[in-house]
Write a protein that binds this ligand. Sequence first.
Ligand code: FAD
Length: 474
Amino acid sequence: QKNLIWFRNDLRLYDHTALNEACKSDEDQVIALFIATPEQWSNHFMSSKKISFLYYHLISLKKELLKLNIILHYYESTNFLKSIEYLMYFCSQHKINNLFYHYEYENNERNRDCLVKKQLSQQGVVVKGFHDKLLVSGQYIKNKKNQTYKVFSFFKKKIIENLQYNIPLCFPIPSKRKLNKNSCSHFFSSEKINLNFNKKIFPIGEIAAINRLKIFCKYKANDYLLKRNFPFLDSTSMLSPYLSLGIISSRHCLIKFLKEQKNISLNILYSSSWLNQILWREFYYHLLIAFPKISRYQSLSLWEKNIDWSTNIKYLNAWKEGNTGFPIVDAGMRQLNKLGWMHNRLRMITASFLVKNLLINWREGEKYFMSHLIDGDLALNNGGWQWCASVGSDSVPYIRIFNPCNQSKKIDKLGMFIKKFIPELRHVPNQYIHQPQEWSHRNHYKIDYPAPIINYNDSRKKALLIFNKARLSF
Ligand code: FAD
């Protein structure tokens, strides 16, 4: 038999369900394929940093697969529909009997896979899809009415019950296969590769991701609860770019964390704040699966369509560029623009500011994040935005509006983070860093930094009125 593994957002060898299944019989020949779809990526607002990160990981994956005598082929198509045509051609050229892949849950991806299954089956290829992306497959996490949980705490309780009895196992890397006679493959040329992300912050390769997980679980996980909200501290795992391209699996994260804690009791699953975040990831994916409208950028709350959003382009641009005059907001946005990554607390503050203070449609923010994040992930990005905009299924209440100045004092008291990303403010004394304009005015010291583009208190009052009106008129 000849087996093909179609790699998509799962660029790893360790704990890879489809790879394991394809390699089950020593007698079978196994080859691998990746099909790039730049036009589709651009329709999905995939950032150039994420694309670059992906290409570097393809090179790394190719090398690692070669050690198992599995050849990775590469082809560049345009969109998903065209990629199916190529896949069919490839299967017939290489006389493939079985196709292995992992399910993906976004709408276009699901439609693509339905077509693949239909068309390849007609061609005589057996199509084998596997659930792999999540800790627990959707069908097991339903309420008593067999519906998807819409509230995180209930979801968490159920998933932990489930995990406690079925702690998932990780698949080992399959053993080396017999030498493949046809060893040549079409791969991309080096022109494709444009390194535009910071390799020191986001090192390349599955091994780098595994090391990062190990170090986090060993040295940082225990302090996570205490330190996670301070953006200047390097206290979170920074595994998100790897999780979003499947360079590491969430099962692996869970198992490694539990092993390091040497305690697999229900209690640790409940109390660990890091696992809590991994479960938020899980929750947002369950919502994405249950509510296809999420893939169409629609909010889960129907009353949202009554919100009278502002179309102030100047405000939107100031937010994008990190020039709102609110230092913590601007530092967050500049971190995003520079690194393609932003600390979670800052994602919340900047998102809240756009939606509740500038009153700009959350979809604008969602799009901007997606097109700049190295870890852009529809389920998590959309989930985060709907949460911050109070329009999702278990969001922050709309009356809760982050006050950037108070947040800043709490999470960056001395302004170390602000000064790192806004060098114009480095001469401002620490105690004034949260409202530098006041200090500059009082001391007649000119700073090259904008005045606040809005009055926080007025914008807060306006937001409350507009959100309230939208809810009442629904
Ligand atoms: P850690 O704190 O180490 O957490 C470990 C993992 O848990 C993360 O890698 C991530 O997979 C998951 N996780 C952490 N926080 C959250 C959360 N709030 N919601 C869901 N899952 C979480 N994350 C993305 O990976 N891609 C996105 O496109 C994305 N967009 C976001 C947009 C907004 C408006 C908000 C508020 C959050 C968004 N997040 C997104 C979630 C979160 O900010 C990042 O996952 C996190 O900052 C990544 O850093 P880390 O890997 O160090 O996380």
